[in-house]
Design a protein. Structure first.
Length: 130
């Protein structure tokens, strides 16, 4: 097992999330790292059902409406839908991933997790008018 610190940052350097994630393999593609992260986030959200989802990508409007039901039991988020949204966001450069300050550009790049201390997910905001 390998542990890596996962950090979410804003474009101005504010840390919004920092947590340790454990992986069963020492080498994984960036796509698989993101898949496992999203699966863990959605599983925790569905189990705890907090009012706000805090994760790599926010649920779409349809999912939010389904989860704002007035009943005690909300419809669970779909981790596969969230994973697909995360992949699309990465490809659209809505966020970038840094492995110990080195930018990763390819979802299929294999990472040696045992050599990485931190994976930073830097969420980018488009410039106004650009």
């Amino acid at each position: 097992m390998v542990t890596v610190t996962m950090i979410d940052e804003t474009g101005i350097g504010n840390i919004t999330l920092e947590k340790i994630q454990t992986f069963n393999a020492a080498k994984l593609s960036l796509r698989e790292v993101i898949r496992q992260r999203v699966l863990a986030e959605v599983t925790e959200f569905n189990a705890r059902q907090p009012k706000v989802f805090q994760g790599l990508v926010e649920p779409g409007e349809t999912e939010i409406l389904l989860n704002q039901s007035k009943s005690k039991q909300r419809k669970p988020l779909d981790w596969e839908r969230q994973f697909n949204r995360a992949v699309q966001a990465f490809e659209a450069r809505t966020f970038i991933v840094l492995a110990d300050d080195q930018q990763l550009d390819d979802l299929d790049e294999v990472l040696e997790l045992s050599k990485i201390k931190e994976l930073s997910f830097l969420k980018l905001v488009p410039l106004v008018g650009g």
